[in-house]
Design a protein around this ligand. Structure first.
Ligand SMILES: Cc1cc2nc3c(=O)[nH]c(=O)nc-3n(C[C@H](O)[C@H](O)[C@H](O)COP(=O)(O)OP(=O)(O)OC[C@H]3O[C@@H](n4cnc5c(N)ncnc54)[C@H](O)[C@@H]3O)c2cc1C
Length: 302
């Protein structure tokens, strides 16, 4: 393609999923533009775990290494910008950015991730990814054998408790409202000496992101070293929806087994389309999206 603003594929989001998709495409000499606004969801977490060859590495170091590897492929370009709109035209898609640039492509990949919605609890955001965490697979081993709280209720609380029970024997579930467990579940939790506290709280006392106490609204405090929290999320970008991509009931972009969304020519990978939130899964789904999209382009040309 000769026009500097025209690409075969535009990838929106240049973190683990987007870079992985780009590598698969770059290795097939596809002209790719990655647009990335640089706000990875794990940017506050000091160390990343459970991704082979990079276990314990800083998340930013993994991302920088990935970016450098991908940029070795001469048909791939990256710009640091925010995609603000996407439209379909007869040749494919047109994407506009925050800095006023316009790009065209035959195909689109969304690797835009998700945004965690922090609860209105003082200190929560400061501790997020450090001592207030979402996932035992990412952080559980390092935070094992500690005084642990779980901010969740019902099925989600029970699920987290069952996973974390293997990592520590000091667990308290904080439901912040009436506990939603049936008698069998209550008995199971009690068998494992898991306490349930229903009192609301709106403050976490911490030192540099390390949780010290949960301060309940009745004025009492409980000391914890770790808090697991199941919090809601939203899609980082509404461009896929504006182009007609459907969401699942849980709020993920609906994709088939090959990462194709419900709109022809648009793929999605990483957190925005998967319940399994991990770098490994983002790299896997990005790799798959890149390869299948390359095949789609090949089928159209060959
Ligand atoms: C606190 C925390 C700790 C974690 N720890 C671990 C861990 O230890 N191990 C592990 O395996 N996983 C961990 N995870 C999960 C892991 O970080 C994610 O699964 C992974 O980052 C998802 O990759 P992604 O590329 O889909 O999205 P992200 O990494 O979130 O990146 C999305 C990218 O898209 C960009 N973007 C979004 N919208 C636009 C737009 N409109 N235009 C341009 N760019 C856009 C963003 O700026 C960002 O750079 C953690 C997650 C969190 C929240």
């Amino acid at each position: 393609m000769e026009d500097a603003k025209k690409f075969e594929v535009i990838i929106i989001g240049g973190s683990y999923a987007g870079l992985s998709a780009a590598m698969a495409l770059g290795r097939s000499l596809r002209e790719v533009l990655i647009i990335d606004s640089g706000l990875r969801c794990n940017r506050q977490t000091p160390h990343s775990h459970n991704f082979l060859t990079q276990d314990g590495e800083k998340p930013g170091v993994i991302a920088e290494k990935a970016r450098a590897e991908v940029l070795k492929y001469s048909t791939i370009k990256i710009i640091d910008d925010l995609a603000v709109s996407g439209k379909k035209n007869k040749n494919g898609f047109v994407v506009n950015t925050h800095t006023g640039q316009e790009f065209q492509s035959k195909k689109l990949i969304f690797a835009t991730g998700i945004k965690d919605i922090m609860p209105d609890i003082k200190g929560f955001a400061e501790c997020w990814g450090i001592s207030v965490v979402h996932c035992p697979y990412c952080h559980g081993y390092e935070l094992r054998s500690q005084k642990t709280a779980i901010l969740a209720n019902g099925a989600r609380g029970l699920h987290l408790a069952s996973l974390i029970n293997n990592l520590t024997n000091d667990i308290t579930i904080l439901t912040t409202c009436k506990a939603d467990f049936n008698p069998e579940e209550v008995s199971k939790l009690s068998q494992h000496k898991i306490e349930i506290i229903e009192t609301e709280f709106s403050e976490i006392e911490h030192e540099n992101g390390q949780i010290r106490n949960v301060v309940f609204n009745d004025g009492s405090k409980r000391s914890f070293s770790v808090l697991y929290a199941a919090i809601p999320f939203t899609q980082n970008s509404d461009i896929p929806l504006s182009l007609g991509c459907e969401l699942t009931e849980q709020g993920y972009l609906k994709v088939d087994n090959f990462q194709a969304t419900t709109v022809k020519g648009i793929y999605a990978c990483g957190d925005n389309a998967a319940m399994m939130r991990s770098i490994a899964n983002s790299v896997y789904t990005g790799n798959l999206a890149g390869a299948i999209l390359n095949k789609e382009l090949t089928d159209e040309q060959f």
